[in-house]
Design a protein around this ligand. Structure first.
Ligand code: HXC
Length: 258
């Protein structure tokens, strides 16, 4: 991989977009690498989760690569949009949790990449925005859909229609990020969340993510029936037996992920 770094430690993958000269802008090559990497990560049985970040201390991802997009015609634009969606879907549909460690600018496609993750934590220097209208285009990696679902249509439309950047505190206030931490503590904080997740039953973690991700697409009644089914599935696992037995025996559970 030329544009992404991936290190796996204690079954937690740290994925870094590594194009610091263009503030980690996403070009087609990077998106293609991202799809391939997440396909590989999806097959790793023992994987606890992924932490996503950008290289350097200035940017998470400053958007899709504008120098690449500039010459597109309608067909190339659609192809690029499709590729971006495949990449965002690869992130969103990973069976295990993905945390965006937003360490600076998260603009356009960069904000959309953070939106495709399950949890967003940012550093105090982070800046968010959907500045596509400044370039005569609209968000094209899922921002028009995932942003309003997360922060509501009013906040999302203000960001998309003005192209304004907001700082970390404002992003936290509107619910775009869960928390703001000092930049030098960002990765440790995200690893801390993952270590906590690693202590839980792996099957329950995956089913939790599935219940939320599939349910959000359904009406409430269907989504609740879906939850009931997935709750039932937990009882096919040894982890459920171990988790409840450990509680009753007043000891720590030893989950095996089966
Ligand atoms: C290509 C980019 C880039 C981008 C920054 N760079 N963002 N290159 N695509 N999205 C490059 C700059 O050209 C510059 O290269 C280098 O990174 C450093 O950036 P500067 O602008 O010099 O830094 P600074 O003055 O600190 O400003 C930082 C910034 C600004 C505010 C983040 O770079 C900026 O506004 N970038 C564009 C943000 C944006 O509009 N993103 C949305 C893209 S559209 P050189 O070679 O000069 O050093 C999008 C659509 C997604 O994402 C959907 C598509 C289907």
């Amino acid at each position: 991989m030329k544009n992404l770094l991936c290190e796996i430690e204690r079954n937690i993958a740290l994925v870094t977009v590594n194009r610091p000269k263009s503030l980690n802008a996403l070009n087609p090559e990077t998106l293609t690498e991202l799809i391939a990497l997440f396909q590989q990560l999806a097959e790793k049985e023992e994987l606890v989760g992924v932490i996503f970040t950008g290289s350097g201390d200035k940017a998470f991802v400053a958007g899709a690569d504008i120098s690449d997009m500039q010459g597109y015609d309608v067909f190339a634009g659609r192809e690029f949009g499709r590729l971006g969606h495949r990449a965002m879907d690869a992130v969103a549909s990973l069976p295990v949790p993905v945390i965006a460690a937003v360490n600076g600018f998260a603009l356009g496609g960069g904000c959309e990449l953070a939106l495709a993750c399950d949890i967003r934590i940012c550093s105090d220097n982070a800046k968010f925005g959907q500045p596509e209208v400044n370039l005569g285009v609209i968000p094209g990696f899922g921002g028009t859909q995932r942003l309003p679902r997360l922060v509501g249509t009013g906040q999302a439309l203000e960001l998309m229609l003005t192209g304004d950047m907001i700082d970390a505190q404002e992003a936290s206030r509107i619910g775009l990020v869960n928390r703001v931490v000092a930049q030098d503590e960002l990765l440790a904080h995200c690893f801390g969340i993952m270590e906590k997740i690693a202590q839980k039953g792996p099957i329950a973690i995956k089913l939790c993510k599935e219940a939320v991700a599939s349910g959000i697409e359904m009406d409430l009644a269907r989504a609740c029936r879906n939850e009931v089914d997935l709750f039932g599935v937990c009882f096919a696992s040894e982890d459920q037996n171990e988790g409840m037995k450990a509680f009753l025996e007043k000891r720590q559970a030893k989950f095996k992920g089966c």
